[in-house]
Design a protein around this ligand. Structure first.
Ligand code: GAR
Length: 209
């Protein structure tokens, strides 16, 4: 049985669609079991339904972040998900959720981490004046945008780039990087009970100190 993936998405959902297409082409051996959004109006929900993938909205309250995470985790577990993918999920995860799925949550971020963590990474890169930007897929830990890196793709910053043009060029690379990185992660068995991710981002055995 292919591993079952649960997706958390807040918006447009283009990375989710790129992953779904990679699965449909047979490039990624997995199945997306369920997409959950914290936003009722997220385009990702409609895109999932168009693709015949179960999609649910769960209301989010900043007063009780864990309530959303408990409900989402319960739905993912019921759907048999062994891996959680953040695809443009724009909420901070609490330690509760990260500990519920240790080493089993992946995120994509539109910068070459560890540079430009947090919101508006592409704008931060432009303002800093870097000449190379890009995107990163990493394992989620309790620290924001800081977990072991699974893959990166670089994008040149052009003289006349705006936040929009740079973001669009990075997004094209995100769509290639995310399915590739998930495939490598699954092939390595990281976090799937055969090993664990260490701080150095390599495969460690569970009994390793
Ligand atoms: C992507 O650029 C993704 O890297 C970014 O949001 C966008 C979502 O697009 N995520 C973050 O900034 C997370 N910190 P999508 O909804 O079309 O996949």
């Amino acid at each position: 049985m292919p591993p079952r993936i649960g997706v958390l998405a807040s918006g447009r959902g283009s990375n989710f669609v790129a992953i779904a297409e990679a699965i449909r082409r047979g490039d990624l051996k997995a199945e997306i079991a369920l997409l959950i959004s914290d936003r009722k109006d997220a385009a990702a929900l409609a895109k999932a339904r168009e693709l015949g993938i179960a999609a649910e909205h769960i209301p989010y309250s900043v007063k009780d972040r864990e309530a959303f995470e408990r409900a989402a985790g319960d739905r993912f577990d019921e759907a048999g998900c062994s891996l959680i993918i953040l695809a443009g999920y724009m909420r901070l995860l609490t330690p509760y959720f990260v500990r519920r799925y240790p080493g089993r949550i992946l995120n994509i971020h539109p910068s070459l981490l560890p540079s430009f963590r947090g919101l508006h990474a592409q704008k931060q890169a432009l303002e800093f004046g870097v000449k190379i930007a890009g995107c990163t897929v990493h394992v989620v830990t309790e620290e924001l945008d800081a977990g072991p890196i699974l893959g990166q793709r670089a994008v040149p910053v052009l003289e006349d780039d705006t936040e929009d043009t740079l973001s669009a060029r990075i997004l094209e690379q995100e769509h290639r990087l995310y399915p590739e990185a998930i495939g490598r992660y699954l092939a390595d068995g990281v976090g799937m009970g055969q090993g664990s991710v260490t701080a150095a981002g390599r495969l460690g055995q569970p009994d390793e100190g």
